[in-house]
Design a protein around this ligand. Sequence first.
Ligand SMILES: N[C@@H](CCC(=O)N[C@@H](CS)C(=O)NCC(=O)O)C(=O)O
Length: 261
Amino acid sequence: MIELLEHPLSPYAQKVKIALAEKGVPFTVRTPEAIGSGATPGDFRAASPRGEVPVLFVDGAPIFDSTVILEFIEDRFPTPALLPADPLARARARMLEEVCDTHYEAINWGLSEITYFRRAEGELAETLLENARAQIGRLNSWLEKQLGEGPWFGGETFGWADLSAVPYVQGAAGFGMGPAAGSPLAAWLDRARGRPSVAAAFDAARDAVKAMTAVAGIVDAGLFKRQYRDHRLEWMIRSGGIEVVLKGLERGNIRFNDEPV
Ligand SMILES: N[C@@H](CCC(=O)N[C@@H](CS)C(=O)NCC(=O)O)C(=O)O
């Protein structure tokens, strides 16, 4: 039995859901209690050292980290293959995933910090949004170069690189920063959205966005400690938001990672 601990807005969880659906693997989903609060209890905290979704339980055994989970899914359910056969092409798919998971994700996360969690207002918010727009434009151009002439990143078939990029390109589009109309990347996004696996993940995300209108108050009340980690922290600082970090630390509504328990 396969159970996915996730949040519908997590691009990392979306990657896993798309992969499972592409392979026709049945699974159930659960959102861990208090995810995002910094104080998640129970089997989730024990299974995920950094308190992050996704976690995949396979007959009760936990696997954390979306990339490790994708590798497991590809090993355990080899057909249809999501990675290409050629070693160099496989490396290319994994590199594209790495850029999206680290660099692209951090920008979208920053946009949610401003839009939903209201970390910045006025001029500071404008600066952060403007920087994010320019960064996403550059990343989308980079992705377009990787896409080349083919319908998919790996060539003729939808695969690992596509499912790794689409949550992020769609996430940015949700903030009004999608690929330029008429561009090859916009056409690729449309094609990807047409796949049932991708459409199902995005439908669930759309429903979850509605709940995000209430989250700013929760952070403000100190009930939510948002995880400022890795590239996300770097994004906030490099884009001009060091005061957001300092204020969050002072007010105790951001957090870093503890050691595994
Ligand atoms: N490297 C991890 C990153 C996972 C991650 O950052 N998940 C976020 C949601 S998008 C999370 O659960 N954060 C915990 C929190 O916000 O408290 C992966 O690829 O799975």
